[in-house]
Design a protein around this ligand. Structure first.
Ligand code: GLN
Ligand code: ZN
Length: 750
């Protein structure tokens, strides 16, 4: 390598929740009043400086400063820009609501499972710089002896993520007011000693309007003489048709995601100014696989040779990775050798940097170890199952079709089920009470044995079935008490899945999830839910729904293997679920619900890729659902309320009944179903389960009457928006009683 080359390692951001979720504990303790603000701040500061020290000791050269949000980095930006007042009270009131203020809206951060607080901007919005938090962090980093690189969300991405309640007002129009605030910010950061600023503009990987493109040009032209160097940071995909735009902006550096979009390297190299510092996102910040370091070097050595200096980095912030693989002591050595969490990813970057600085010989052992791990992964019999591959590789199209069209199935099902008009049901789970959680924890810890746990679950189930019968629900559920989580429960019973003990990833605020790791071909060694269904059905003459999580949702809420296309993995899961569906049917289940809560979440960031995704996602659902007889009723459930742009795909799923979230949208989203001519049955949620409020009969009859204006009455089911697991029995009982009463009144009037 050239002796004049300068190679630096950046991390773009690090998980802030803490190795033992210390931030979660501190936040929740503060919120519940058990500890004060001082204690929260002290914990946060310690976590932040520990994480700098750790990143630096692993070999990171440029340490992110400002990525450590107490709740959310977008909310921090809103404070920085004067949109949300400074101070913990306003901060948490915005995030979580308070007695006087509803919580701000929260939505998915691009296509991750992280959720950010949506900035709300009015046409009169003024901005003002409140840099103290960032300056304090910068001072703390300097005190810690690391080289800080402040991270801020760029003005265009910030405005594109914002919303306004004023109809027709596009927040991007506020750009002119925002530019001077960023200019002041850069001046303050320069004064405080920052040389570089990482300015995150992930919106550069989206389809951009002309207004957004102009905004990029305007903003960055105005920053051209900023007293700091800007590292314009894109991630989560290819710059694509925004490549020329990004390369035309007068910034000192550009970060590109070469994991999601390795192919963009050539176009970026071809168009990049000689003095543009490239930051190469070569280590996957979104997944947990150990990297192929030799292959990465093959690609980036020529870049270093040609350009002299580069930054190497993860594809995106490490926020989306679990923290430390070394804590997973229960993994066998082989599995562990295939993985890398945030800490290990920084070590990988360090190995790459040393190879680039000193030559590959300097890290020969590390490179060999990475290659060897990859080889064992490629050849492992745990991963490659010929039987699974043969079945899922090229399924017979007949497997994707029900025996008859919907109308005929509907006749057969009505004949069999003899349900009243406006049949009532629930989405599946009933309250996961303190007791249920405790029993599960006791069982996991070995404090109670299998038999005692099983007995406890049977009693909960029996009580819940009896209660549903008593209040007059038409289609019953067993309550899902045996399930820890709608994906984990299935993953634990399928081959090809592994589960971490500590692999938490922030979902929002203090909430974290531990996504399963799908490492191998997926197969179902034995039925998963049939015994619980059989037991529940034995307690009642009413129809009991079988309850499954769909293949697309299992895929989208997991860390997915990177050695084959996502859809191939999804198809394998679909076949496993199909077998479960058929076993439930054989056991006598008259209705089977296949939840696809996360189908919409999997939509690609670029519109041009939607059709391909929806096609395979719908095909996977159909593989799972289509094996049953006409008389078996397939339900699906989706808990969101945007269907307009995917309604054709929803129709193509060909479920007999779909239940959806609608209580808060006043049934407006049924318009999508009406105008599409959606033929099948629909249960629009009439009870907002996200709220502790118990709805009155009248609230629900009103919603149902609105529904009958958009859909034919004989299409309608009556159910809550989603599962009831997060609610308490004293809320659920009166709400469901009222819901059944609403259906009864409707039957009399319509
Ligand atoms: N059947 C699941 C439940 O009721 C569905 C949950 C979901 O859609 N998120 O809990
Ligand atoms: Zn739901």
């Amino acid at each position: 390598m050239s002796s004049t080359s300068n190679i630096q390692v950046a991390t773009l951001g690090f998980p802030r929740i803490g190795p033992k979720r210390e931030l979660k504990a501190a936040l929740e303790s503060f919120w519940s009043g058990k500890s004060d603000a001082g204690a929260l701040i002290a914990t946060a500061r310690t976590l932040r400086s520990d994480s700098w020290q750790r990143q630096a000791s692993l070999g990171a050269d440029l340490l992110p400063v400002g990525d450590f949000a107490l709740y959310d980095q977008v909310l921090d930006t809103s404070v920085l820009l004067g949109v949300v007042p400074e101070g913990l009270d306003a901060y948490f009131a915005t995030a979580r609501g308070s007695r006087t203020q509803p919580a701000a809206e929260m939505t998915k951060w691009f296509d991750t499972n992280y959720h950010y607080i949506v900035p709300e901007l009015s046409p009169e919005q003024n901005f003002a710089l409140h840099p103290q938090g960032l300056l304090d962090a910068l001072a703390a980093a300097e005190e810690a002896g690391v080289t800080p690189r402040p991270v801020v969300i760029g003005p265009v991405t910030y405005l594109l993520l914002a919303k306004s309640h004023t109809e027709g007002f596009d927040p991007i129009r506020l750009l002119d007011r925002l530019i001077p605030v960023y200019q002041q910010l850069f001046a303050r950061l320069a004064e405080a000693g920052a040389e570089w600023v990482q300015i995150d503009e992930p919106a550069l990987v989206l389809d951009l309007s002309d207004a957004a493109r102009t905004a990029y040009r305007t903003a960055y032209a105005a920053f051209a003489d900023a007293p700091v160097k800007l590292m314009l940071t894109s991630y989560f995909g290819a710059l694509g048709d925004n490549t020329d735009l990004a390369l035309s902006l007068p910034v000192a550096g550009l970060h590109v995601d070469l994991v999601r979009a390795p192919e963009q390297l050539d176009a970026v190299l071809a168009g990049a100014r000689a003095d543009l510092l490239l930051s190469l996102g070569v280590i996957d910040g979104r997944n947990i696989w150990r990297a192929d370091l030799a292959a990465i070097l093959n690609r980036i050595e020529p870049v270093v040779a040609a350009r002299g200096s580069v930054v190497i980095a993860p594809s995106c912030s490490l926020l989306h990775s679990p923290i430390d693989l070394d804590r997973e002591t229960e993994f066998d050595d082989e599995l562990r050798s295939w993985l890398a969490f945030a800490v290990q990813k920084i070590s990988e970057l360090n190995i790459l940097a040393r190879a680039l600085r000193e030559g590959r010989e300097a890290v020969a052992a590390e490179l060999d170890a990475a290659t060897a791990a990859l080889d064992t992964r490629r050849r492992s019999p745990r991963i490659d199952r010929a039987d699974v591959r043969a079945r899922a590789s090229d399924p017979d199209p007949a497997l994707l079709r029900r025996g008859s069209e919907f109308a005929e199935r509907q006749r057969a099902q009505r004949e069999r089920l003899k349900l009243p008009a406006f049949p009532t049901t629930t989405i599946g789970s009933f309250p996961q009470t303190e007791q249920v959680r405790k029993a599960r924890a006791d069982h996991t810890a070995g404090r109670i044995d299998d038999a005692a746990y099983e007995q406890f679950l049977r009693e909960e189930t029996a009580r819940t079935v009896a209660w549903q019968e008593k209040v007059g629900l038409d289609a019953l559920v067993h309550g899902e008490f045996e399930r820890n989580d709608m994906v984990q429960y299935f993953g634990e019973q399928l081959d090809g899945f592994a589960f971490t003990r500590h692999g938490w990833v922030q979902s929002y605020g203090s909430r974290c999830v531990r996504p399963p790791i799908i490492y191998g071909d997926v197969a179902r060694p034995a039925p998963m839910t049939v015994e619980w269904w059989r037991y529940a059905q034995s307690l009642t003459a009413k129809p009991m729904k079988g309850m499954l999580t769909g293949p697309v949702t299992i895929l989208n809420w997991s860390f997915v293997r990177n050695d084959q296309p996502r859809q191939r993995t999804c198809r394998q899961i679909a076949f496993a679920i199909r077998d479960e569906v058929l076993d439930l049917e054989a056991a006598g289940a008259p209705m089977i619900q296949i939840d696809e809560a996360a189908l919409r979440e999997g939509l690609p960031l670029r519109r041009s890729e939607w059709d391909a995704y929806l096609e395979w996602a719908v095909a996977c659902f159909r593989i799972a659902a289509s094996g049953v007889a006409d008389t078996t009723q397939i339900h699906t459930h989706m808990c969101y309320s945007e269907f307009n742009d995917i309604i054709a795909a929803i129709g193509a799923m060909d479920a007999d009944v779909i239940s959806i979230e609608t209580a808060r949208s006043k049934m407006e989203l049924l318009e999508a179903f009406r105008s599409h001519g959606y033929p099948a049955e629909i249960g629009p949620g009439v009870y907002d389960i996200h709220s502790p409020r118990v709805p009155a009969v009248e609230d629900m009859t009103e919603l149902l009457e609105l529904a009958t204006k958009r859909l034919s009455p004989d299409q309608l089911w009556v159910n809550p928006d989603c599962g009831l697991k997060t609610r308490k029995w004293p809320e659920v009982e009166p709400a469901i009683v009222a819901m059944v009463e609403a259906a009864r009144r409707l039957r009399e009037t319509v």
